[in-house]
Design a protein around this ligand. Structure first.
Ligand SMILES: [Zn+2]
Length: 317
């Protein structure tokens, strides 16, 4: 069946110069808030209610059509890992990548729309600080973070690839494997930044939250206005005192399949230093070293892979 699925993008170009924006939905096939938000904005453009006057916007309502058709997160595998063009594609997601990566590289800015599993507030994942390091060199921090502040949400998380990379490094005995495994951490936004662009992942809310498509729609419209693609007032950035900024700083792996959480944690739950987070399979308590926020807890993780992340508040954005 997957051989007959085609890939689809739609572009609106203005007559004036401006940035080339790409907006993506359903990178994970069961995350459809972005698909619906894109549909609403395209309806406004197609009816003439809204017009692109500068630059261009490309919409990809469904990035992963196999996962989308199945109502599942992934087709053959998670598209948002090891996202690079492949000379010898092995699975459906490799074939998506061979279409998607050159498309991303032909743009300046990516807004990637997702949703999440447990109830909670929308948040934005932003990239690294400007740096020339080997892991994720980047020079568009100011533009990226300025866009993040006008999307219409107040919660921000940074430091993903750095934290993931530190966890990988700890697990590996042989440094030569490091680059291979770090490539595994590259998804849409990380790939976009390797091409000289900047990129944000917006997590619009719980998968079935009826407000999540509204969050996606507002974020797209605000992005179009912020970048000057439409004739509209520039949206006001969220006030500093309303922002919640979290930097991911630790990843904790399961050591055995039988490691268990002491509570059914959900992302953004707060722990105090000394709180018990879980128990190792042998009964040893796993305790928070200091006050922190839990992110992406995965009770189903396998031994040797990421169990949960810890983040700390970072007033500096
Ligand atoms: Zn997702």
């Amino acid at each position: 069946m997957s051989r007959t699925l085609h890939f689809r993008s739609l572009q609106y170009a203005g007559q004036g110069p401006g940035p080339r924006l790409i907006v993506t939905g359903a990178v994970h096939g069961n995350e459809t808030a972005g698909t619906r938000g894109i549909g609403r904005v395209m309806a406004q453009l197609d009816s003439g209610k809204l017009a692109i006057v500068n630059g261009s916007v490309t919409f990809v309502p469904v990035v992963n059509p196999l996962a989308y058709a199945n109502g599942a997160r992934a087709g053959d595998r998670n598209l948002n890992r090891n996202l690079f063009p492949k000379a010898d594609p092995q699975d459906f997601e490799d074939r998506v990548a061979n279409w998607l990566c050159p498309l991303l590289a032909a743009h300046d800015v990516l807004l990637d729309l997702h949703s999440f599993n447990s109830p909670g507030e929308p948040f934005v994942m932003v990239g690294p600080r400007d740096n020339d390091g080997p892991l994720e060199p980047f020079h568009r921090e100011r533009e990226e973070r300025a866009l993040a502040r006008v999307l219409g949400v107040r919660r921000f998380v940074d430091g993903w690839l750095r934290t993931y990379g530190a966890g990988v490094q700890r697990r590996l005995r042989d440094d030569r494997e490091l680059e291979t495994v770090l490539r595994y951490g590259v998804g849409t936004t990380e790939f976009m930044r390797t091409t000289g662009g900047y990129a944000l992942t917006l997590e619009c809310g719980q998968h079935d939250d009826p407000q999540a498509p509204d969050v996606a729609t507002r974020a797209i419209l605000n992005t179009l206005a912020h970048l000057g693609l439409v004739d509209a007032p520039r949206p006001e950035p969220v006030a500093r005192d309303r922002m919640e900024v979290l930097s991911m700083c630790e990843v904790h792996d399961k050591r055995a399949d039988g490691d268990t959480f002491s509570r059914p944690w959900t992302s953004f739950d707060r722990v105090r230093g000394g709180d018990e987070i879980g128990r190792r399979a042998d009964g040893t308590p796993v305790v928070a070293g200091s006050d922190a926020v839990i992110l992406f807890p995965d009770s189903a993780a396998r031994a040797g892979s990421e169990w949960y992340y810890l983040a700390r508040e970072n007033p500096d954005f």
